[in-house]
Design a protein around this ligand. Structure first.
Ligand SMILES: Cc1ncc(COP(=O)(O)O)c(C=O)c1O
Length: 379
């Protein structure tokens, strides 16, 4: 069987409609019917035909089909593609319609999305600590690991056991450590989601999300619902995502290696920055055995640090040469974000760092210089 790097380049060969080597950019929203094979909608048994004969791009289009071929294989399930990670999260909640959602620290946008469902449908929300006490059959546990913005890991198996003991389902948002870093099926999860905007996209220029389920019938229902939620991935974005996937393995491995080196440098040199650097968070600093087991292929490329004061958080980003001060993560370029800029729930002195594919030594020097300058200003 082919390995990841090969799959990323060849899983969609079967979807070629033309002799072009690079997938064409399909901008058409509508596609001519085959007048020799006219089957009305009501006579269709299912929607699989759209993958060979697209009808309208909100339903499916050639490059969304290609993406689903690749994601289904590399994420080992039935993948359904969306126009953002938040759309993917919504789709899962709408489909499984839990009475209760158990959700802890996680991307603030998913929590805000859950709040809309609570407001409109009355879904109750609980922290992860309440699973054993309150979860019931049909409820959903949403676990993000490694978690945004810290980049630290939760024990999936432990939470999966608690979830399943109550007949609930476990969604893992694995955005922060896609394969080959972390393969979550083996730990007892039921549904996987990713914001493909991050590492799969990898160039900070597209939005997309993906859900992966074990059951083909659930995937079919999700695709059917997606037509009317209007959340299929867009034509141009799908071409760019396809192009990004070709180099995904090289990028994520380099980003993971770089991040691990950068975190090690900061951790080893904490003493040099004692008036500035307060805390450092990353899976590579966790000592529990489950962390290495989950992150077999390498640590995630995002970590966080907290500085001693809010004022230092404002002064830190402009001192950096290579890190842009911007939100988001997963791109080839390194970013820092004073997280208070976008996250209403977070520690006001937290700086999130997303490591790119630059030379790790340049990134280390850059962070060292900026922290040293801040330290000198405190003396
Ligand atoms: C862990 C995680 N999940 C989901 C999302 C939402 O993804 P998107 O911005 O593609 O909607 C994000 C966005 O930052 C994220 O970090």
């Amino acid at each position: 069987m082919a390995r990841l790097a090969t799959k990323l380049i060849h899983d969609d060969d079967k979807d070629n409609r033309v002799s072009d080597v690079a997938p064409p950019i399909n901008v058409s929203t509508t596609f001519r019917y085959d007048n020799d094979d006219l089957i009305p909608w009501t006579e269709r048994e299912n929607l699989d035909f759209m993958e060979k004969k697209p009808v309208y791009s909100r339903l499916a289009h050639p490059n969304s089909t290609r993406l689903e071929s690749i994601f289904s294989d590399i994420l080992e399930g039935h993948a359904v593609i969306y126009n953002s990670g938040v759309s993917a999260f919504y789709a899962a909640i709408i489909h499984f319609k839990p009475k209760r959602l158990f959700i802890g620290q996680s991307y603030h946008g998913c929590r805000a999305a859950a709040n809309i469902i609570t407001r409109t449908n009355g879904m109750k929300q609980h922290p992860l600590e309440d699973i054993e006490k309150h979860a019931q059959k049909g409820d959903i546990v949403h676990l993000e690991t490694p978690v945004n913005p810290y980049g630290t890991s939760y024990n999936i198996r432990e939470i999966a056991n608690k979830t399943h003991a109550k007949g609930a389902l476990l969604i893992i948002d694995s955005t922060f450590a896609p394969p080959p870093l972390q393969n979550v099926w083996g730990f007892g999860c039921d549904i996987i989601m990713h914001s493909a905007t991050k590492y799969f996209g990898g160039h900070s220029d597209l939005l997309s999300g993906v859900i992966v389920v074990k059951d083909d019938e659930v995937a079919k229902q999700l695709k059917d619902d997606r037509i009317y939620l209007g959340t299929n991935v867009a034509n141009l974005e799908s071409f760019m995502l396809l192009r990004s996937l070709r180099t995904f393995e090289m990028r994520i491995l380099k980003q993971s290696e770089n991040a691990t080196k950068v975190v090690k440098f900061l951790n080893d040199n904490r003493g040099k920055f004692d008036k500035v650097l307060d805390k450092l968070y990353h899976s590579s600093l966790q000592t529990e055995p489950f962390v290495k087991e989950q992150l077999k292929g390498g640590y995630g490329p995002v970590f966080s640090l907290s500085l001693k004061t809010k004022d230092q958080c404002k002064k830190f980003p402009p001192k950096l040469k290579y890190f842009h001060h911007a939100t988001s993560l997963g791109g080839i370029e390194s970013l820092v974000e004073w997280r208070a800029m976008t996250d209403p729930y977070i520690d006001q002195t937290l700086i999130r760092v997303s490591i790119g594919v630059e030379n790790a030594n340049d990134l280390i020097e850059d962070l060292n210089n900026a922290l040293q300058e801040l330290q000198n200003e405190e003396n």
